[in-house]
Design a protein around this ligand. Structure first.
Ligand code: SF4
Ligand code: SF4
Ligand code: FES
Length: 235
């Protein structure tokens, strides 16, 4: 018979902290976010964690569960039934503020330094841009645009761990959407921003980002696209 209590280890304090043990009643269709919320509301109200939408839209609830970066609100606790405990930690590759809350500043600072913001090529007086839905560029942009900025791919990336300057999969994925957006100003400038070892050329194509992205995006494929156009520009 299934154990009606889940043994949960949760990281407490900052990067010098340790794990605390909790016993959480098992419930039907319980998510990892439900588990963490039970601990905070019923067992220890000093536990810090983030969430907002609870439905896989906002990207704020990401944490490491049994060694894998995941979105907590869409991860069912039952998938860990074969292990005797669930271990919940903050995302790796981010500075820990407290418990499960990490500092996202370095992550978004890299988006900023890569220039990953839309800048219109047209004036506001121009007519609406007409972009064919079946154009190759539009399809490449569409595939990558659903990113919710959760940081799971960044946490999974070994190059981010080894090279603090590496922009990381999410920022590069965003650059790929902008590069393929016909309405974007200075697309070659974007390419110059990321055609370096701290940009797309630094990627080792290990595919961890693609494997763990909860939105099933393909940052590794986006980075391969950037490499392709960067080399083409070179020759
Ligand atoms: S494919 Fe590149 S960006 Fe993605 S996890 Fe591997 S090294 Fe990091
Ligand atoms: S690419 Fe995927 S894993 Fe990375 S931040 Fe966006 S949604 Fe999250
Ligand atoms: S709480 Fe918004 S994605 Fe999980």
């Amino acid at each position: 018979m299934q154990n009606q209590v889940i043994n949960v280890e949760v990281w407490r304090s900052d990067s010098n902290g340790s794990f605390a043990n909790y016993k959480v009643p098992r419930l039907d269709k319980q998510t990892i976010l439900d588990v963490v919320t039970y601990i905070q509301r019923k067992l220890d109200n000093t536990l810090s964690y983030r969430y907002s939408c609870r439905v896989g839209m906002c990207g704020t609830c990401a944490m490491t569960v049994n060694g894998i970066p995941r979105w907590a609100c869409r991860t069912q606790a039952t998938i860990f039934d074969s292990s005797d405990r669930i271990r919940i930690e903050p995302l790796k590759n981010f500075p820990v503020i407290k418990d499960l809350v990490v500092n996202m500043d370095p992550f978004f600072q890299k988006w900023k330094s890569a220039g990953a913001a839309f800048s219109a090529a047209d004036q506001y007086t121009d007519d609406f841009a007409k972009v064919r839905p079946d154009s190759i560029a539009r399809q490449a942009a569409d595939q990558a645009i659903e990113c919710i900025g959760c940081g799971v791919c960044y946490s999974a990336c070994d190059v981010v761990k080894w090279s603090p300057d590496y922009l990381g999969p999410a920022a590069l994925n965003r650059i790929w959407t902008l590069y393929n957006d016909e309405r974007q100003d200075s697309r070659n400038h974007l390419l110059r921003n990321v055609a370096s070892d701290s940009g797309c050329l630094g990627c080792h194509t290990t595919q961890s980002c693609t494997r763990f992205c909860p939105k099933e995006l393909d940052p590794s494929g986006s980075i391969a696209g950037l490499k392709r156009v960067a080399f083409r520009a070179l020759f």
